[in-house]
Write a protein that binds this ligand. Structure first.
Ligand code: AP5
Ligand code: MG
Length: 214
């Protein structure tokens, strides 16, 4: 099962993608997580990506597309995967389609997690992220057992650099401008499914499982 998560920054793509990956035993591939791991490790890619991410801008396609296309060609992706944060532009989607078509493959579902802009800013300011294992929490909606410490791996949680309100606003503008057109793109391909992302996290997941099958 090959799945793409669509939705605004903070819609809950990462939260749902992790649950999908666990339930269906497929890899969760998040370009944001890959870039953040590179930033943490001080790689060249990380240095370049940080310049864009801190401003709420998209990392250029030439740093992003090959990375994902190589990743989905690896053996652990043979039974499918859930892509979170990619594609984010029409050219990225076209490059992915081209690579998949060459292997006689296609995206089965593009899941659009719908959340209005008003809810987004609140979610982002309350989000706490674990840069060690990728887990995500919310200080009100999804609290950890011990404040500031990851339930899963025990590392210290951080507020992401790009979760400051002014950067979140830029990310939303970029989303509406460059990423939202993908909804129509995948609708035209018959792959689009939509879920209401304002519901409780477990209810959103139940709606997704209903669509994907148990
Ligand atoms: P990325 O890491 O992908 O960030 P994003 O798309 O902005 O999305 P987020 O990770 O912020 O949100 P999410 O939808 O995953 O929500 P989450 O589940 O955490 O990208 C970061 C940057 O990297 C980009 O800005 C760009 O610069 C660059 N980049 C990445 N991919 C790229 C690409 N393909 N091309 C170019 N550049 C790229 O949830 C949010 C919060 O809400 C959490 O606190 C969570 O606990 C909480 N929450 C989740 N679900 C619920 C719920 N149902 N109810 C209440 N709270 C909830
Ligand atoms: Mg995410």
């Amino acid at each position: 099962m090959k799945i793409i998560m669509l939705g605004a920054p903070g819609a809950g793509k990462g939260t749902q993608a992790k649950m999908i990956a666990d339930k269906y035993s497929i890899p969760h591939i998040s370009t944001g997580d890959i870039f953040r791991a590179n930033i943490k490790n001080g790689t060249e890619l990380g240095k370049k990506a940080k310049e864009y991410m801190d401003k709420g801008l998209l990392v250029p396609d030439e740093l992003t597309v090959d990375l994902v296309i190589d990743r989905v060609a690896q053996d652990d992706c043979a039974n499918g995967y859930v892509l979170d944060g990619f594609p984010r532009t029409i050219p990225q989607a076209e490059s992915l389609d081209k690579a998949l078509t060459e292997r006689n493959e296609k995206i089965d579902y593009a899941i659009n997690v719908e959340v209005p802009d008003e809810n987004i800013i609140n979610r982002m300011s309350g989000r706490r992220a674990c840069l060690s294992c990728g887990a995500t929490y919310h200080i009100v909606h999804i609290p950890t057992k011990v404040e500031g410490i990851c339930d899963r791996c025990g590392a210290e949680l951080v507020l992401r650099d790009d979760d400051k309100p002014e950067t979140v606003k830029n990310r939303l503008d970029v989303y509406h401008d460059q990423t939202q057109p993908l909804i129509e793109y995948y609708s035209n391909k018959g792959a689009l499914v939509e879920v209401d992302g304002t519901k409780e996290m477990s209810e959103v997941f139940a709606d997704i499982v209903n669509i994907l099958g148990a």
